[in-house]
Design a protein around this ligand. Structure first.
Ligand SMILES: [Zn+2]
Length: 428
């Protein structure tokens, strides 16, 4: 466009010379020239979208969008970061948590993102991250695709403007999750993970139903109505509790989630809590997909106390969801095969460990020092304190002194005493 505008300026200059030297002609041409110059400056301020990158490179240059991510491999955190391009993640609900999760995965270079929402962007959403005021009135899916495609054109974006709780919406949702067009050679389903970022019980139960039917692993996320607590949960149909087995908020806080989203009550929301929950959710997603660290089965967040409870939840054999019971049966039936695979893996690992002993060579000449010698020299050096400093903790020697005045009690007597106290408590 810049080239065309320059040509227009040039043509105007030619026109000025060709036309008779009349003041009205000159004024008109000057006016046209200033218009073109203005459009020129506007064109320059429009951001240029970067071109697609074919392979993720680890090259450390400012122009490489993936250098900091590929460094995870060099640092030994992730074995093969580039695998992230093979994965498809579906995000249901592009609100305060879903939109931020989508941006994080886009910046991480995820292969394909499927986005589901039926809502529009409103000014009332501006207390959260991601959406911008000029996007008000757009559907959340369209606005998200606009922003995400600009940030990383390598990500394949699919947007579904629909309500999954309607019959038609549910059918489209199911068929989009099964679609294997992105990686036709994959033996499992069409997506690797579903992230539920919806704000109501009904929609969660719909995601639960779809994932139980498909045997699709998913992660649940939620933020409480008062904006100061949240949670994430990993759900593997048949293996862990499904959403109908035990809704997480009921378990974590004793509050029934069905009562949380009340009609006519304006829920509070904070960009901080939503950002933390989105961060925890995507962190767990990256660990799950790229196989590093510990994938949390349940992680809560209490913002008032900065408390992060964790737990594991087994499926409920009396679950009200029929598909959940089916998956539970399959999981139990597959146990012998799982055990055999785990045993074979352990044997292979111990074999390779025996073949390659740890620290066969000692290139740094590290030797082990006698502990008692080290203690002695430590005690000497730590006795000395610079002027003005006081010791706040007792020296190590004080801890080693056995208690002198305490009478020694045998551990059996302790246990008997404890048992008596417990019995007394139970009787009361
Ligand atoms: Zn269940």
């Amino acid at each position: 466009m810049e080239l065309e505008l320059k040509e227009m300026l040039h043509d105007l200059e030619t026109l000025r010379k060709a036309l008779p030297d009349h003041p009205s002609n000159q004024t008109l041409i000057n006016k046209l020239q200033s218009h073109v110059e203005h459009v020129c400056s506007l064109a320059k301020s429009v951001p240029v979208r970067r071109s697609k990158v074919k392979d993720m490179s680890a090259e450390v240059v400012d122009s490489n969008p993936y250098s900091r991510l590929m460094a995870l491999q060099r640092m030994g955190i992730v074995e093969n970061y580039e695998r992230i391009r093979e994965f498809s993640v579906a995000i249901v609900g592009i609100g305060g948590v879903g939109s931020v999760a989508a941006e994080m995965l886009t910046r991480c270079g995820i292969g394909r993102l499927l986005l589901y929402d039926y809502d529009k962007v409103e000014l009332a959403n501006m207390n959260r991250l991601f959406f911008r005021p000029e996007q008000c009135g757009m559907t959340k899916t369209d606005a998200a695709v606009q922003t995400l495609a600009d940030i990383n054109p390598d990500v394949v974006l699919e947007s579904y403007t629909l309500n999954i709780t309607t019959v038609q919406g549910f059918n489209t949702f199911m068929s989009s999750l099964k679609n294997k067009a992105f990686r036709s050679n994959k033996d499992s389903g069409g997506v690797d993970l579903v992230l539920s970022c919806v704000d109501n019980y009904e929609a969660r139960m719909v995601v639960n139903q779809a994932c139980n039917e498909l045997g699709q692993t998913w992660m649940e996320s939620g933020v409480s109505e008062n904006a100061v607590s949240g949670h994430i949960q990993l759900l593997i149909p048949g293996e862990t509790a499904c959403f109908a087995c035990a809704p997480p908020l009921v378990v974590a806080s004793g509050v029934d989630e069905r009562t949380l989203k009340r009609e006519g009550v304006c829920a509070a929301s904070l960009p901080t809590t939503m950002g933390v929950v989105a961060g925890l959710l995507v962190q767990n997603t990256l660990k799950f997909l790229l196989k590093f660290g510990h994938v949390s089965p349940y992680l809560g967040y209490n913002a008032l106390k900065d408390f992060f409870p964790t737990m594991e939840m087994k499926p409920n054999p009396q679950c009200s969801n029929a598909a959940c019971l089916e998956r539970q049966k399959e999981y139990i039936l597959a146990k012998p095969a799982r055990d055999a695979a785990a045993k074979a893996k352990m044997e292979a690992e111990s074999l390779s460990a025996a073949e390659f002993p740890l620290h066969a060579d000692n290139e740094w000449n590290i030797s082990v020092v006698d502990d008692s010698e080290a203690d002695k020299s430590d005690a000497k050096s730590s006795d000395f304190l610079p002027e003005g400093l006081m010791r706040e903790l007792p020296t190590a020697d004080d801890f080693q002194k056995p208690p002198v005045s305490e009478p020694t009690v045998s551990s059996n007597d302790d246990l008997d005493e404890l048992r008596k106290q417990l019995e007394a408590l139970n009787a009361a």
